[in-house]
Design a protein around this ligand. Structure first.
Ligand code: GLA
Length: 389
């Protein structure tokens, strides 16, 4: 029998060694402006104990042999915290999140840390046709459907089973016609924290009717530490020679265009802020970066994205089997939510959502997102952490 290991506020030795920080002056504590002021800890589990539609929610903690910790709730399968060491060995929480399920519910349309489905990203005008039949979805993002519709997988309670101290399994049955999508979709997601300081998220799904599937995770990262200010000085590299430009409602035009000579060229490391203010129609459409990058051909052993926090030296490398990634620079963050370490201010975290391309069900030249009975949807993404001195 597997037993839920709920976060019992068991702080690692590394965190206890932050005693000095705990003594910091009150004004320092309030400032929270650099990576040294955040007092990284996993939120108290009590905010995650809830019964929602007859299902119990908890906060689960994974811990590897290096003391790296991840906290995940089965409400929306959300990654709540990720505690990793910085260049000085200090533990930093790199995931922007909230301290309770009530907080996550209130911040709903931001999708903090959540598992996203049935279709991650946008479907134009909330419609698509499959095997000659038109399906209509709920439009929750202007004229379009975003991240699954009215109640996506980010808002449902997943069944959780803690396999061992580094592995959490989440399952969910998404019923036929739930949010307008055909087919009973049986989903299994596994969060695994490796001893190489990699957080691997693997997804598997089967259906009993032809459907479309695009699953991802919508964690917001700040590698200097959540609540430590702007992400504009983080360095970013994406192995993508192309991206999919969008219209003003963020639906791809259908073209796959080169990044060369545009602010979307991250083939070599550049800071997130270096060109974000450029006069560029695509940046205007996204209110910053909110675009799908098309990965160059790569092996799954190649890091396709590298991000480095300028203050912490924490590097995050992404490995994935997906053909693309949505880079979202926190353009809609408005400081309206009280997060674990202060407010969710403008561009103080970014999301990198591995995915098939937005609106693929309506875009014949994009890789297919169709899943048929008898087929198995299987994909995985790893976020690996190290430090640059
Ligand atoms: C996705 C979208 C963005 C925005 C965020 C949440 O990344 O692409 O436009 O909606 O989710 O705020």
């Amino acid at each position: 029998m597997y037993k839920s290991i709920k976060n019992a506020a068991v702080l690692s030795a590394a965190i206890l060694s932050l005693g000095a920080c705990n003594q910091a002056s009150k004004s320092n504590q309030q400032k929270m402006t650099d990576s040294t002021s955040q007092q990284a800890k996993i939120p108290d589990s009590s905010g995650f104990e809830k019964n929602i539609d007859g299902k119990q929610t908890h906060l689960y903690t994974l811990k590897n042999k290096n003391g790296v910790e991840a906290a995940i709730t089965n409400f929306g399968g959300r990654l709540v915290s990720l505690l990793v060491p910085d260049k000085n060995g200090k533990i930093v929480d790199v995931v922007q999140g909230l301290s309770s399920i009530d907080g996550y519910k209130k911040a709903g349309s931001s999708y903090f840390g959540a598992l996203i489905g049935r279709y991650g990203n946008r479907i134009a005008k909330g419609k698509f046709t499959l095997e000659g039949k038109e399906y209509t979805l709920f439009k929750n993002n202007g004229p379009n459907t975003l991240h699954g519709g009215k109640v996506g997988y980010d808002e449902v309670v997943w069944d959780a089973k803690q396999i061992d101290s580094t592995t959490l399994q989440l399952t969910y049955l998404s019923k036929d016609m739930e949010e307008g999508f055909p087919g009973n979709l049986t989903i299994k997601v596994i969060y695994h924290l490796g001893d190489d300081n990699g957080l691997n998220i693997s997804y598997e799904a089967t259906t009993d009717k032809t459907t479309v599937v695009n699953l991802t995770n919508h964690a917001y990262y700040n590698l200097n530490g959540a609540g430590s200010g702007t992400i504009l000085n983080h360095s970013l590299q994406i192995l993508a020679d192309n991206y999919t430009p969008v219209d003003s409602t963020l639906i791809p035009t259908g073209k796959i265009e080169p990044v060369k000579g545009t602010p979307f060229d991250y083939t070599k490391p550049a800071t997130i802020g270096s060109r974000i203010g450029d006069a560029n129609e695509q940046l205007k459409n996204g209110k910053g970066y909110d675009h799908n990058f098309v990965f160059n051909k790569h092996a799954d052993t190649t890091a396709v994205v590298k991000v480095v926090g300028d203050k912490s030296g924490i590097e995050m490398d992404i490995y994935t089997e997906e053909p693309g990634i949505q880079f979202y620079s926190g353009n809609f963050m408005q400081g309206t939510n009280t997060m674990k370490y202060g407010k969710d201010d403008f561009r103080t975290a970014f999301a990198l959502e591995t995915q098939h391309f937005p609106d693929s069900p309506n875009q014949p030249n994009f890789p297919s997102t169709v899943l048929k009975p008898g087929q198995v949807y299987k994909t995985s993404t790893e976020y690996k952490f190290s430090v640059v001195k």
